[in-house]
Design a protein around this ligand. Structure first.
Ligand SMILES: [Zn+2]
Length: 388
């Protein structure tokens, strides 16, 4: 059933009844999907009973991160017998065995037809552009693209229509044959996006380690989904190019519809700096740094408000509530910390950072200034006299 399409990157697409039944049952258990509509009477009750034991078996676990579920999906994916593999955990094994005859009777034919049609559309695109796209991804990430890729095609594929497990050279994805976002030319993008998850990670691997390094240097915390937006952008843009070279000039990458939802606020930074990197105009380091600077969450808002309050408290002539030494001390601390950070940044980063260390240094100098003025102002003197 599985056959590699090319020499250096082997992507195998398959429609496997065990994986399809398993994905259907965990989808029912977690997302309250209805059982196959053709089931009725005793069969319906039997199916529901199996579904209930699957719900208990699954618990709160996630098939992307839970080792037992990962192993189970892999074992089912390798099975080509009428019996499920013996390694399947007991509770799930009984439910799968009981449900398979019903599944085969009322639903498998339809699911398999959709899967095979999806594969029939996707496979020639991989044959034509898969190798080229794998090379382009490897270059963009400066990391070898996975060499062994297995894709189980199924109407249900956990929460978002596809997921991938595996690391480095091999990736195992489950991908939906019926979700709109995975159809037609988008299938090619998603067949590149999903295996990329084996080499790209939130804070390690490709992109993740670049982000972590740049964020530490800048003293900012990236948005939790920025790494994923960069992955989306990369596969989308590289696929758009590969299709354009084949006469398809109107392909709209998946991320285009996501800036108003999960990736709000990322559009301009990605289209400017990450695009410039993919076009070979700037280095990856510079692009990541700029994307990070322009998308970093406003975590310093609270700090800035505090700074303004401190500064105002010092500059106002009189404040009966806050004793003068509090804002004055705060200002001297701010002066010391910001100036130190600014000078350190100037020494370490120099002209490669023209945003952060100058801001820190300016802030430090300004705080030193207001602290000094407050020291010599009438208000400051009054407080000093009163104290002693
Ligand atoms: Zn993804």
């Amino acid at each position: 059933m599985r056959r590699p399409l090319r020499k250096s990157v082997a992507t195998a697409l398959q429609s496997n009844p065990w994986v399809n039944l398993h994905q259907r049952l965990i989808h029912e258990a977690r997302f309250q999907t209805a059982p196959p509509s053709a089931l009725s009477g005793e069969d319906f009750s039997k199916w529901k009973k199996g579904g209930e034991s699957y719900r208990v078996f699954l618990g709160k676990r996630n098939p992307i991160f839970d080792q037992e579920l990962i192993g189970m999906n892999a074992a089912l994916s390798a099975a080509s017998t009428p019996e499920p593999p013996g390694s399947i955990p007991g509770a799930a094994l009984a439910a799968l065995e009981a449900a398979m005859p019903l599944y085969r009777a009322v639903q498998w034919e339809e699911d398999d037809r959709a899967n095979r049609f999806w594969i029939a559309v996707a496979e020639p695109m991989l044959v034509s552009a898969g190798e080229e796209l794998a090379d382009a991804h490897a270059k963009a990430y400066a990391t070898p693209f996975p060499k062994r890729i297995l894709v189980d095609v199924s109407p249900f594929a956990w929460e978002f229509g596809a997921y991938t497990v595996g690391e480095g050279e091999s990736a195992h994805a489950v991908m939906s044959s019926t979700e709109p976002g995975y159809k037609g030319f988008a299938a090619l993008e998603m067949l590149m996006h999903e295996p990329s998850h084996a080499i790209v990670a939130p804070a390690s691997g490709a992109i993740g380690s670049d982000l972590a390094r740049a964020a530490a240097k800048l003293g900012v915390k990236p948005y939790a989904n920025l790494w994923h937006a960069i992955l989306f952008y990369t596969s989308g843009e590289l696929t758009r190019r590969a299709l354009a070279r084949r006469g398809v000039r109107d392909y709209r990458p998946a991320i285009a519809g996501m800036y108003e939802r999960g990736f709000r606020g990322f559009k301009q930074a990605l289209e400017t700096h990450w695009q410039a990197y993919l076009d070979g105009k700037v280095s990856r380091e510079v692009a990541i740094r700029q994307v990070l600077i322009e998308t970093a969450p406003p975590k310093n808002v609270a700090l800035s408000v505090t700074a303004i309050v401190v500064a105002l408290a010092l500059l106002r002539p009189r404040n009966p509530i806050i004793p003068g030494w509090i804002p004055r001390t705060a200002a001297w601390i701010a002066f010391a910390m910001l100036t130190l950070r600014g000078v350190a940044g100037m020494v370490v980063d120099g002209s490669s950072d023209l945003v952060w260390w100058p801001i820190f240094l300016t802030g430090g100098v300004l705080f030193g200034g207001v602290a000094w003025i407050a020291r010599t102002s009438a208000f400051g003197s009054a407080v000093r006299r009163r104290q002693g």
